[in-house]
Write a protein that binds this ligand. Structure first.
Ligand SMILES: [Zn+2]
Length: 468
């Protein structure tokens, strides 16, 4: 007998946690942090609905914090088993978890200093030591589908999902789990990349399975038909004509590398002028190195660029600022330049220092390339705010504001249907749409039902199903 319980990543795109119980084994697939709305974030602080000491293993689909950053908390609460993921994911997780811990510690420290806490003293959700302890539990598996035993009677196979470096579809094989005594296969799509995304390979075809969880971030939306590269060329050229800086808030892992790849191509093709490109993020620099050395996941175009003895992630006049001093020196530069800095939604990080100087500048441009969640500074600027509050100052927004929708790292619903096509002749018994706001998850379920006629549901938080 086997069961599946949805403890996150349902009704929201954050907090992914799926508990699989089979025979005597308990395996948690993904271990993400809840983000965004307060009622979601509070779940990070509540006791987990299962005992972390009784989880045998954790399996991770990819490195993003909404899939991994609850791991140090799980360890703090007593989990000590192995954590399985692909090699690319492991490299990025080693970068992201200590950073997430530092943010947690800084926030607790800030609350204590400002007296903004009901708890005396406010504690961090976890510390850097917890993050280091979690990293020690990681065991890597090849992203080639070869199954590895992760708990008694449970094997996991990792396949390329094309979302960010290391991202995987995970196929769990559960021995003797069915009512007929036979094994059952459960496929987790993780986050699915879209086809023809630069740098990394396209998602592989889904292997045959009995049950499937499929992501639905864009279950009710299609991507902008404007070619994102052409849109980027337009924005860069217009910024250059105005003679002011171009600020691009971007997440350090994935999005920054994709931007550099596009900018380098546009320079090579003579479609934009050669401009100073400044990457102001210590994490981005480290992540770019991981992207460069993980050769097994590069797509053909990336390899072709390498064969021409060029670095795919390096523009002609590029500088990466790792230290605080290097970052400060960027303030003295004048004229048109491209500044890429995190965080992508302008909720913190070095991008705020740039924003304070750039937003009031009429010749400057701010370009958003990712999803801007409700309540973030990025969202306020996109919605036309004339002033935004940055580090206690009201900063006027006089610069040009641009956005490119098509640079998303997620498949839209039509691409998910395209990805599912190979299973038409061997349909799964049941499909669950996960990782989506309620409307998106419901819409994705409807699209799959209409196209394939399968049994599809959008589960609720805490829903428990038997994998018969
Ligand atoms: Zn993701």
């Amino acid at each position: 007998m086997a069961t599946l319980t949805f403890w996150g990543g349902v009704g929201t795109v954050t907090g992914s946690k799926y508990l699989v119980e089979s025979g005597g084994a308990r395996v948690l697939v993904d271990c993400g942090l809840f983000q965004g709305l307060r009622e979601l974030r509070e779940r990070n602080w509540e006791d987990p609905p299962f005992d972390p000491r009784h989880i045998d293993a954790v399996v991770i689909t990819h490195a993003h914090v909404d899939h991994t950053a609850y791991l140090p908390r799980l360890v703090r609460l007593g989990f000590g088993g192995p954590v399985y993921c692909s090699k690319g994911t492991a490299d990025l997780v080693k970068l992201l978890l200590p950073d997430s811990a530092r943010l947690q510690e800084e926030e607790a420290e800030y609350r204590n200093r400002k007296g903004l806490t009901r708890h005396e003293p406010a504690l961090p959700l976890y510390t850097e030591a917890d993050a280091r302890a979690a990293i020690k539990l990681i065991k890597t598996c090849p992203n080639t589908g070869e199954p590895a035993e992760v708990a008694e009677g449970v094997r996991a196979g990792f396949h390329i999902a094309g979302h960010i470096l290391g991202s995987s579809l995970v196929l769990l094989e559960l021995d003797g789990a069915g009512a007929d005594g036979k094994g059952r296969r459960v496929l987790f799509s993780g986050d699915l990349g879209h086809y023809d995304q630069p740098i990394i390979r396209d998602p592989v075809a889904p292997p045959a399975c009995d049950y499937m969880l499929v992501e639905s971030t864009y279950g009710d939306r299609l991507h902008d038909p404007e070619d994102p590269k052409a849109a980027l060329a337009r924005v860069v050229n217009e910024a250059a004509e105005r003679g002011g800086p171009l600020l691009i808030p971007a997440f350090a892992v994935g999005r920054t590398q994709e931007l550099l790849y596009h900018l380098r191509e546009l320079e090579d093709e003579g479609r934009i002028p050669i401009l100073p490109v400044r990457v102001d993020s210590p994490m981005a620099a480290a992540a770019t190195q991981i992207y460069q050395r993980t050769k097994e996941e590069h797509d053909e175009e990336y390899e072709e660029v390498l064969e021409q003895h060029r670095l795919p992630l390096r523009t002609r006049s590029m500088l990466t600022a790792s230290t605080r001093e290097e970052s400060k020196r960027l303030n003295d530069e004048q004229g048109t330049r491209v500044i890429i800095s995190a965080s992508g939604m302008m909720t913190g990080g070095r991008v705020l220092h740039h924003a304070r100087r750039i937003l009031p500048d009429e010749r400057a441009t701010v370009l958003f390339v990712g999803y801007q969640a409700a309540g973030t500074t990025g969202r306020k600027i996109l919605e036309g705010a004339r002033y935004v509050r940055i580090m206690k100052d009201d900063v006027p927004v006089r610069c040009h504001v641009e956005r490119i929708g098509g640079l998303s790292a997620h498949a839209d619903w039509s691409e998910v249907l395209r990805w599912l096509e190979p299973l038409e002749k061997t349909p799964p018994r049941r499909v669950f749409t996960t990782h989506g706001e309620p409307e998106s998850a419901a819409a994705m379920a409807q699209h799959i039902r209409e196209r394939f006629g399968w049994r599809v549901d959008a589960p609720q938080y805490g829903e428990h199903v038997e994998l018969e």
